[in-house]
Write a new protein. Structure first.
Length: 448
């Protein structure tokens, strides 16, 4: 399976493994030699990991269970590495299948049996994602920062804009002028395991920091860039370059240099053929620096393709971010609201089938706004959400209680638009002021 080079050979291999797995329930399966059981465990492990690459979490979980069956007892002692990888695949597949209980079960087993810190981190990353998707963004950040401390990367929890300026002031000219495309292309691959995991963890918690601790995001970006140039690059280095461009634009008002750094992030991905990460960085590029450089109309198609591509690689979080930005751009650019509403409904239904509605709370608020703009008040986009939030008021209270400034901004913006559209100007002015207050909480920088 590991030697397959195209989708056809992948399909044939999956069929072959499926046929062999059917024998596990027969009497002959128990008579397999230890060597053959080891082969079957390895095949199912490879199939599970490949299924996850194709974002087929349900099939991945099935292959994992088959792998456990062939592995037998005392697997942590006699086959530690395959057993660890099977549990890591089970943990990730459970998250993608929206099964927090599965994540807790398999991550718990990994924490119990892992021999070194590095063997715990992959499962810990899934636990962090699960916490964030369940609304505990602060807990996800705390867990990520704690793991980074254990890896030797210490960051303060509270940091002001002045702290960010102080950290960058002595290096401003170096940051703006010296890093080049050729240096990236000729750079070495990251070989320090702890530094690799540090970059992966920083990449993981970056979107959560954007929501709750945007000033800390600048220090994270600086550290990601420093590690990459000092110890070598990995695909996650691209996120550090993008986040660094965010700092250049928002703190130093250098749009041109910020845009150049975002382009360099794409160079890193090309350097490693990291195609699965390309949609995420493309979303970053389209959403932030590109808004200063290109018309919104030219970004609509890019955001739509980002949404599809992010779903294909299993990145539910950023698929939700891209869909929200796509709908906003469609409205700004004058697309028919009837057509926009249909797309909102399709996106909501798509995500509900994945049982990932916690990632679309902002989208549901936008959908509600579009429904009110077209005079359709009988439909409720929150009906798909199986939680305590049933309307925009509940959403705003939830976001306020949890410090989710981005969702608060979205809610206030939607109310501002409705107030202005229906000539409720006092309400619109109030929402504009509340939006500004959230803006101060979310971005104490200059980005709009």
């Amino acid at each position: 399976l590991s030697t397959c080079e195209n989708r056809l050979s992948h399909s044939i291999s999956f069929i072959a493994i499926d046929q062999i797995n059917k024998a596990k329930d027969t009497d002959s399966a128990s008579a397999l030699s230890p060597q053959l059981k080891e082969v079957m465990t390895s095949l199912n492990l490879s199939a599970a990991e490949l299924a996850l690459d194709f974002a087929d979490a349900s099939s991945a979980l099935s292959y994992v269970h088959n792998g456990f069956h062939f592995m037998g007892e005392n697997s942590w002692e006699v086959a530690y590495k395959p057993c660890l990888r099977l549990h890591e695949a089970a943990c990730l597949a459970s998250y993608l299948n929206a099964s927090p209980a599965g994540v807790s079960k398999y991550s718990g087993l990994i924490m119990e049996h892992a021999r070194v810190l590095e063997d715990k981190i992959k499962a810990s990353c899934v636990v962090i994602q699960t916490s964030a998707s369940n609304g505990d963004t602060e807990g996800a950040i705390n867990s990520g920062l704690d793991l980074l401390r254990q890896l030797g990367e210490v960051f303060p929890w509270n940091i002001s804009r002045d702290d960010v300026l102080l950290a960058f002031r002595s290096e401003k000219e170096h940051i703006v002028c010296n890093e080049t495309k050729s240096r990236i292309l000729n750079s070495t691959m990251q070989i320090d395991v702890k530094k690799k995991w540090s970059l992966k963890l920083m990449d993981l918690i970056a979107p959560y920091l954007f929501v709750l601790r945007p000033n800390l995001l600048s220090l994270i970006a600086k550290r990601m860039v420093d590690i990459s140039f000092q110890h070598g690059f990995v695909p996650e280095s691209a996120t550090g370059f993008f986040l660094h461009s965010y700092t250049l634009i928002n703190i130093f008002d250098n749009i041109e240099e910020g845009y150049r750094w975002e382009k360099l992030a794409l160079v890193i991905l090309d350097r490693f053929d990291a195609h699965s990460r390309y949609p995420k960085v493309k979303f970053y590029l389209t959403t932030f620096a590109a808004t200063w450089k290109v018309p919104f109309q030219s970004s609509i198609v890019e955001l739509q393709s980002c949404h599809r591509e992010l779903l294909l690689v299993g990145d539910i979080e950023f698929a939700a971010f891209s869909s929200q930005r796509y709908i906003k751009y469609c409205i700004i650019c004058g697309k028919s609201l009837i057509d926009v509403e249909k797309e909102c409904a399709a996106i909501s239904m798509e995500v509900s089938k994945l049982n990932q509605m916690n990632n679309t709370l902002g989208h549901m608020c936008i959908h509600m706004m579009v429904l009110e703009l077209i005079g359709e008040r009988s439909r409720d986009p929150f009906a798909l959400y199986k939680g305590p939030i049933s309307n925009c008021e509940d959403l705003l209270a939830y976001a306020s209680d949890n410090g989710l400034f981005a969702i608060m901004q979205t809610t206030h913006l939607c109310r501002l638009v409705l107030g202005f559209f229906f000539e409720r100007y006092t309400e619109a002015a109030s929402m504009a002021e509340q939006f500004r207050q959230c803006h101060k909480g979310l971005h104490s920088l200059n980005y709009i």
